[in-house]
Design a protein around this ligand. Structure first.
Ligand code: NAD
Length: 247
């Protein structure tokens, strides 16, 4: 019997990358999944993977930065599944450039998806979770939210905001049996890292004591831990998954 048998999980940005790996991991341990991304048809591969594991998959088109869309999405999850046990706020974007060149639009777009999107979904699931007196929220932050990065002031601010939001949510919801934690991934292999030159990859690897990039499954395992009963006494924490890059 899997750790999440009978549980319902919502994952944003589930169409690819880390979000897809998280959805597959939770399904492998028994959860039914509401899969959220900008367009429902992008979710076909994740839906197929979840169903192949014998679990239910509900694909939902939602822009995480739109309050009306997020509320409608959570209402649909409650209509179909009757509850939400696990909320994973994973959808995120970058619009990198140096501070002095950054446009208002690049700042607003990243804060809207990464930080406001996490707030909107957290607010929408908080009520049903508080009512059922249980729930686990896991927010995907970033190592950049801890240490900053040249060329990413919007992204760094959004992820530092996610960490502060996580801690405040944890304090508010703990008395109602709802936990909220964040994960700060380091360098996770993706289409982006595949495109880098060997020289750049070597420079990056030199800063990672474990001498490898992480994989989406490394983040997914940490999500599964924080969402599970194994982490029943863990809330308001930031778990770094970075091969030792920042300690
Ligand atoms: P990705 O770009 O591969 O996937 C992001 C997903 O989010 C996509 O499916 C995209 O369509 C979706 N999305 C974007 N905007 C959305 C919106 N407004 N509404 C709904 N869905 C939206 O990214 P990834 O590398 O898998 O990253 C996932 C999360 O992990 C992000 O929050 C990212 O900041 C974080 N992260 C990634 C790394 C890394 O090295 N890849 C490191 C640290 C943190």
């Amino acid at each position: 019997m899997g750790a999440f048998e009978g549980k319902v999980a919502v994952v944003t940005g589930a169409a690819r990358g880390i979000g897809r790996a998280i959805a597959e991991r939770l399904a492998a341990e028994g959860a039914d999944l509401a899969l959220c991304d900008l367009q429902a048809e992008w979710l076909a591969e994740t839906v197929a993977a979840v169903e192949a594991l014998g679990r239910k998959a509900l694909p939902l088109a939602v822009d995480v930065g739109s309050g009306d869309a997020v509320n409608a999405c959570v209402a649909e999850v409650l209509r179909v599944f009757g509850k939400v046990d696990i909320m994973v706020n994973n959808a995120g974007i970058t619009k990198d450039t140096l501070l002095i060149r950054m446009s208002d639009d690049d700042w607003d777009a990243v804060l809207r998806v990464n930080l406001k999107g996490t707030f909107l979904f957290t607010r929408a699931v908080a009520k049903p979770m508080m009512k059922q007196r249980s729930g686990a929220i896991v927010n995907i932050a970033s190592i950049i939210g801890l240490i900053g990065n040249a060329g990413q002031c919007n992204y760094a601010a959004s992820k530092a905001g996610v960490i502060a939001l996580t801690k405040s949510t944890a304090k508010e919801l703990a008395p109602r049996g709802v936990r909220c934690n964040a994960i700060a991934p380091g360098f996770i292999a993706s289409k982006m890292t595949d495109a880098l030159s060997q020289e750049v990859r070597d420079q990056m690897l030199a800063n990672i004591p474990m001498a490898r990039f992480g994989g989406p499954e490394d983040v997914a395992k940490a999500v599964a831990f924080l969402a599970s009963e194994e982490a029943a006494y863990v809330t308001g924490q930031v778990l770094s998954v970075n091969g030792g890059m920042v300690m």
